[in-house]
Design a protein around this ligand. Structure first.
Ligand code: CP
Length: 308
């Protein structure tokens, strides 16, 4: 069963093939209306359940559109509207959904929900974000980097701010795609040692640097993300902002990276907090390409899951 649960749980060759296929599928659609079907319809007759226990714009729209372009159909399910949100077990939900649909994508809080869903489902399950990781995002980010600058292997990626779930998947990707990653942020928000250890074991150079200006020197890619994630307590917002403010990505910080460095943010952003509009809308930024590439990367992920 080809579940797409995390980048480190998927073979490096399969990940590379997905990036290649995503790029090819994107090229094949150039100039077409968004709603036009792809030439081949690998998901014809297939039904995909898209479960959201947290808000979403990009994941929701890009998965829905991607399934339709490939000839399949979707069911958008809100966790709260399902019995899952009212006491039905994850295992029973997984078994029931497997009788109706061919593929399940779930965005949830606790990683254990995703893992249990995959354990009991008879169909592939895709991680659409948990509190710990966000692998679909990073597949889109690798595709985006390589579209603009060629192979990401050997490059220096700098993660700024909070070592959150997106940062964790970047660390997995560092290990699988062979790039180096420098984390710069306050010690309270360091990425989990498990993720850092994974990337190091795979041979990537992982550096923790408290000084943001030193961190971005020689960077090929600078990444920012929100300072308060969906699973963080809103009551901690002010404290987090005070600690993270020195790590804001602004034009002064970007000027210390390589002149051709890219800037990424998975969005949604809080402009003038983790990154300024001058950077987000400036010459280094590829944030809207990242958002678009969620569509293309996830189409390749779904094809891999379904073997089509
Ligand atoms: N980046 C991302 O996952 O966006 P959404 O929360 O809008 O899906």
């Amino acid at each position: 069963m080809n579940h797409f649960l995390d980048i480190h749980k998927t073979g490096a060759a399969d990940l590379r093939n997905m990036i290649t296929q995503a790029g090819e599928m994107k090229q094949a659609r150039l100039g077409r209306p968004k709603g036009a079907p792809d030439d081949d319809q690998p998901l014809a007759g297939q039904m995909v359940a898209l479960i959201f226990e947290k808000p979403s714009t990009r994941t929701r729209v890009s998965f829905d559109l991607g399934v339709r372009q490939m000839g399949g159909q979707t069911m958008l399910l809100s966790g709260n509207d399902m019995q899952l949100g009212h006491g039905e077990t994850i295992a029973d939900t997984a078994r029931v959904l497997s009788r109706y649909v061919d593929l399940i994508m779930i965005r949830t809080f606790d990683e254990d929900v995703l893992i249990e869903m995959a354990e009991y489902a008879d169909v592939p399950v895709i991680n659409g974000l948990t509190d710990r990781t966000h692998p679909c995002q990073i597949m889109a980010d690798v595709l985006t980097y390589e579209e603009h600058r060629g192979p990401i292997a050997g490059k220096k990626v700098v993660w700024t701010g909070d070592g959150n779930n997106v940062c964790s998947s970047f660390l997995h990707a560092a290990g699988q795609f062979g790039f180096d990653l420098t984390f710069t942020g306050p010690a309270q928000f360091d990425p989990e040692e498990e993720f850092v250890g994974y990337a190091r074991k795979k041979g990537s150079k992982i550096t923790i640097e408290r000084d943001a200006f030193k961190a971005v020197e020689g960077a090929d890619l600078v990444v920012a993300d929100t300072w308060v994630s969906m699973h963080d307590a809103q009551s901690a917002k002010e404290r987090r902002h005070n600690l993270l403010r020195p790590y804001q990505v602004n034009e002064r910080l970007m000027s210390h990276a390589r002149p051709d460095a890219l800037f990424m943010h998975c969005l949604p952003a809080h402009r003038e907090e983790e990154a300024t509009s001058a950077v987000m809308d400036g010459p280094h930024s590829v944030i809207f390409d990242e958002a678009e590439n969620r569509l293309h990367a996830q189409k390749a992920i779904m094809r891999w899951c379904l073997g089509v």
